[in-house]
Design a protein around this ligand. Structure first.
Ligand code: BGC
Length: 393
């Protein structure tokens, strides 16, 4: 293949990050929708209409523009685009085309993820990430997306946090298909890398010169006495095997939320330190840590494609973001090639097994009217972006 010209959007990308299933509503043709209705799962409630962003995307983009953010990360839903095997919905593609045009009309650069946690039912029924054909199906799907939307995409993300899909779905049994097996987890991680390459290469063969990469979930790990081997083993599987495989990508997406303390028996949740609504350690320092770690293992430019905090206390969110942006300023000052930062998330949305409990948004969403109301952290973030690297108190 002739090398494809790649153009990064001009300037640093400042945005928020979202995903289709978590904000659009009506994701009924997916494995998650079915999982939420099955007995014996970890889902505390159903996603339903989410934030109704399928209908209200212009409102979301108006909010984004008003905050002075130059970018917005969203995902397109495979289950809508290819509702049945080999059947392509022009209606869904038309919808996403309008969403991307609405971004462009507001000078917002769309960062588009092709797979964010959910699978179409037909894929799940054929074995999901354990079907040997999954990489070729995802490559075909990426071709469809690239041909239809490539001219409008600003940055593309193939599979969001493939390591978390593998971990939660195939080792911990928390996400569909609720498997608990180290061997199957390791195999799915390998498959994920193949899916990513198939999608990246498919996108590269379609119109557009946008950068293509993979958003990886990274953590700051701290080994407690006796936990060192376990940390090395987890890191190897969750991060290093991926980072080593991304050398041909245009950028690496880094996503982080916290620091994990690992003892000889596994995760240890501290009882004497500040925690978030997810039960995570309050640890904005993980931004600086994970960016430095990614930069030490790859030579690709980095985009922080997700970072944020689940909290009901917006003051705590501001403190978290303030620490996160201070870390970002440090790595930029040291010359690390970071091209963007995306706060998770614009809206309070559907947080997977946790339902609507944890509040990650800088904008709240009324659960029945869907009315959006920016929180103080929204204005804080807007001011921080404008004045960066000086950070408002
Ligand atoms: C995922 C999001 C999720 C967020 C907060 C990331 O792992 O990509 O879908 O909502 O973390 O937990």
């Amino acid at each position: 293949m002739t090398p494809r010209e790649v153009h990064f959007p001009d300037g640093f990308l400042w945005g928020t990050s979202t995903s289709a299933y978590q904000i659009e509503g009506g994701g009924d043709n997916t494995d998650w929708w079915r999982y939420e209705r099955a007995t014996g799962t970890h889902a505390v409630e159903q996603c339903g209409d989410a934030c109704d962003s399928w209908n209200r995307y212009e409102e979301d983009l108006d909010l984004t523009a008003r905050l002075g953010l130059n970018s917005f990360r969203l995902s397109v839903e495979w289950a809508r685009i290819e509702p049945e095997r080999g059947v392509i919905s022009q209606e869904a593609l038309g919808h996403y085309r309008r969403v991307l045009e609405a971004c462009r009309a507001r000078w917002i650069i769309p960062v588009v993820t092709l797979h964010h946690f959910t699978l179409p039912l037909w894929v799940a029924d054929l074995g999901g990430f354990e079907n040997p054909d999954i990489a070729s199906w995802m490559g075909d799907y990426a071709l469809v997306v690239g041909r239809a939307l490539g001219g409008l995409i600003g940055v593309a993300c193939t599979v969001n946090e493939p390591n978390i899909v593998a971990l939660m779905g195939y080792l911990m049994g928390f996400f569909p298909p609720q498997v608990e097996s180290w061997e199957r987890f390791v195999e799915v991680n390998k498959t994920m890398r193949a899916c990513h390459v198939a999608m990246r290469d498919a996108l590269r063969s379609t119109p557009g010169s946008y950068p293509i990469g993979l958003p990886l979930s990274m953590q700051e790990y701290e080994a407690l006495p006796g936990g060192e081997d376990l940390v090395n083993m987890i890191r190897h599987e969750m991060e290093d095997e991926y980072l080593r495989a991304l050398d041909d990508d245009d950028y690496v997406g880094v996503q982080c939320y916290t620091k994990l303390l690992i003892g000889p028996e596994g995760l240890v949740v501290p009882t004497d330190q500040e925690l978030t609504e997810m039960g995570y350690l309050f640890w904005p320092q993980s931004v600086e840590y994970t960016i430095r770690r990614a930069a030490s293992l790859t030579d690709r430019p980095i985009i922080m494609t997700e970072n944020g905090i689940g909290t009901d206390d917006d003051g705590q969110r501001i403190r978290y973001l303030s620490g996160a942006l201070a870390g970002l300023a440090n790595v930029l000052r040291d010359g690390i090639d970071v091209r963007g930062y995306f706060q998770w998330s614009l809206l309070d949305n559907f947080e997977w097994t946790f339902g609507y409990g944890p509040k990650f948004g800088i904008v709240s969403v009324h659960r029945t009217t869907f009315e959006r109301a920016p929180k103080p952290s929204a204005q804080w973030y807007a001011d921080a972006v404008k004045g960066f690297p000086s950070i408002p108190s």
